[in-house]
Every structure is written in structure tokens, then in C-alpha cells.
Design a protein around this ligand. Structure first.
Ligand SMILES: Cc1cc2nc3c(=O)[nH]c(=O)nc-3n(C[C@H](O)[C@H](O)[C@H](O)COP(=O)(O)OP(=O)(O)OC[C@H]3O[C@@H](n4cnc5c(N)ncnc54)[C@H](O)[C@@H]3O)c2cc1C
Length: 289
């Protein structure tokens, strides 16, 4: 299908984009990689009269280390993430997750900022951001605010972003040296979204878990942080029993919708299984200071 007619705008700065958003109001939509927005327009689920393309704003693209955090411009593509030596060294969980997104065509154009802003629980970055304890910089006419990923996702396609705000940057604290990580995703075929997926970041102290984060993709109306599962592992060794118990607790917060990928029971069970696998893989990668 062909989308309805719209006017195209290509601002050169974030301030110009915010000015356009304010002037055009609810008839305008921001365009990043277009891989979620354009399909919605073709299906007539979205019919904006104006598209404000962020693609010509150079300051929105790039990856840098500032102090103990990594800062990623919202227009940085999945392919940029995959090719970044800095991310490979400091945030391998993010690189592993990006590699699971669709196929090269989607990854060349799709952006990390668009993936997060879209508020789709089937997208992979929301759970990765929760597991990495990321923060987001949101800029609007009144200035800038920094919000935590935990609390940003409000519901299906709903986030803390106001209609006149732009997500400009993603900030991720660099995990402690020796942290183990894993993103385990079950999908039916290349190009499909997750049936279920789990992101784990794990810090060990000797044989015991010192810190762990677990977050789930496509397990409910938003990405979910499995806090009870995390708490159950703290201070314990990683054993078959402790991992199975964490997976059971993660399944307890799942509320997926039945669709062509499976019914509720199957998807919930797969969330548990992905969590079990992610914990075991992260444990194998973790150093033992
Ligand atoms: C076949 C296919 C398979 C896919 N599989 C996966 C998958 O497995 N995992 C996955 O995570 N994703 C998947 N996607 C989605 C893909 O990753 C999209 O690129 C992503 O969801 C949106 O990013 P985008 O840059 O394309 O944003 P767009 O589609 O341009 O925008 C999406 C929404 O976010 C808003 N927006 C964009 N950028 C900003 C910003 N900086 N500030 C505020 N609002 C903004 C837009 O207005 C729009 O509402 C798939 C897409 C396709 C077509």
C-alpha cells in the first residue's frame, strides 16, 4: 500500500526540529529510519500530514565514551552499533542484542533512538536498555531532561516522550570489568520479531552473584524488568537450581498476547527458557574477581 500524502521536512539541527514539532503540532511525526513508521503509514495506522526527518542532523549520530558512560546519538543505526569497536569492548550486550534485530536491510537504516521511541515491546532495545540501566536524554522547547529507561516505557507504543520532545541521546553506564552478559532470543526466522527474549547482565564476586539484571522482550505491554528473579539470585552461586528458580520468577511476570508466534503458555515458557539460557551464558562469560 502507498502511504497517504505528507509534507517532508529535513531540519539541520535539533533546535530546528523542535521548532517544527511545535509549529506543526500533532499533525507531524518524527522520521528516523522509517522501518516502524512507514509500515504503519502504509497500513493507515498513522496518517501524519508532515514528516520531520532527523536524518540530516549530524549531531544525533555517533558513539562516544564520556567518563564512565557510553553516549549514543539517537540516530545511530543498528549497523553502526554492530561495527563499533568501542561498544564491542565496553557494551558487548548491546552489540549482541543489535545483531539479533531483523536483517541487514533493517539494520542499515533502523536507529537505536527510533527503536526505543516507538515503545513496541517486541523491539529488542527496550529490554536491553533496562538490563543495561540506561538513561535517555529528551529535548523539547522547555529544555532537556534525562530519564531512566526503567519507567520510560508506559504501555503499548506509549513512553514518557511528550509530543514536542525528541530523544537525542542514550546514556549507558559501562558495566564493571568482568561482567558477563547474554541476550537470548527465540524467533521463528530471520526478519521476525522475538517470540520471547531475555537480556542478562551479571557481576560475580568469587562464586556468588554480586549484581544481576534481567529484562524480557515481548513478554507484556512493555519490556519487563524481572526484579524478583534478580533478587532471588543475589548473593547465591549460579547453579541449576538457582537459575531454574530465577526463570520461574521471570515467567511469573509475563503477560504476553497470543499471536501467530504462539499462545500465552508457550510464550511464557519461552521467556523462562530464554532467561535460563541467558543466565547460564552470562555466567560462562563472567570473570571471577
Ligand atoms: C521486517 C522488520 C523486522 C523487524 N524486526 C525487528 C526486531 O527483531 N527487533 C527490533 O527491535 N526491531 C525490529 N524491527 C523494527 C526496526 O528495528 C525499526 O527500525 C525500529 O523499530 C524503529 O526505528 P526507526 O529508526 O526505523 O524509526 P522510525 O520507524 O522512523 O520511527 C519509529 C517511531 O519513533 C519515533 N521516533 C523516531 N526517532 C525518534 C526520536 N529520536 N525521538 C522521538 N521519537 C522518535 C517516530 O516518530 C515513530 O513514531 C523490524 C522492522 C522490520 C521492517
Amino acid at each position: 500500500m502507498i502511504p497517504p500524502a505528507f509534507e517532508y521536512h529535513a531540519p539541520r539541527s535539533v533546535d530546528d526540529a523542535i521548532g517544527l514539532l511545535g509549529r506543526l503540532g500533532s499533525d507531524a511525526k518524527l522520521l528516523a529510519g522509517g522501518h516502524s513508521l512507514l509500515p504503519m503509514m502504509k497500513l493507515r495506522f498513522a496518517e501524519p500530514g508532515h514528516l520531520i526527518d532527523l536524518g540530516k542532523i549530524a549531531s544525533l549520530r555517533g558513539i562516544a565514551q564520556v567518563g564512565n558512560e557510553i553516549r549514543i546519538g539517537a540516530m545511530t543505526t543498528e549497523d553502526d552499533l554492530l561495527r563499533s569497536p568501542l561498544l564491542a569492548e565496553k557494551l558487548p550486550l548491546l552489540v549482541e542484542g543489535a545483531g539479533w534485530i531483523s536483517d541487514p536491510q533493517v539494520r542499515y537504516k533502523g536507529t537505536i533512538g527510533g527503536d526505543i521511541s516507538h515503545g513496541d515491546p517486541a523491539n529488542d532495545h527496550p529490554a536491553l536498555m533496562l538490563a543495561l540501566d540506561a538513561s535517555f536524554v529528551l529535548k523539547g522547547p522547555a529544555g532537556e531532561r534525562v530519564v531512566k529507561a526503567d519507567g520510560f516505557f508506559l504501555g503499548l507504543y506509549a513512553t514518557l516522550l511528550e509530543a514536542d520532545e525528541i530523544l537525542t541521546e542514550i546514556r549507558v553506564p559501562i558495566p564493571a570489568a568482568g561482567s558477563g552478559w547474554s541476550y537470548q532470543k527465540l524467533k521463528r526466522k530471520t526478519g521476525d520479531f522475538a517470540t520471547a527474549a531475555s537480556a542478562v547482565l551479571l557481576e560475580m564476586k568469587g562464586a556468588y552473584v554480586a549484581r544481576v539484571t534481567i529484562a524480557l522482550t515481548n513478554a507484556g505491554a512493555t519490556a519487563l524488568k524481572a526484579t524478583a528473579a534478580e533478587a532471588s539470585l543475589l548473593g547465591k552461586p549460579v547453579t541449576e537450581a538457582s537459575v531454574n528458580e530465577a526463570a520461574r520468577l521471570a515467567m511469573g511476570i509475563c503477560d504476553p498476547s497470543a499471536d501467530q508466534r504462539g499462545d500465552v503458555a508457550y510464550k511464557t515458557a519461552m521467556c523462562g527458557e530464554m532467561t535460563r539460557r541467558a543466565l547460564l551464558a552470562a555466567h560462562l562469560r563472567a570473570g571471577r574477581p
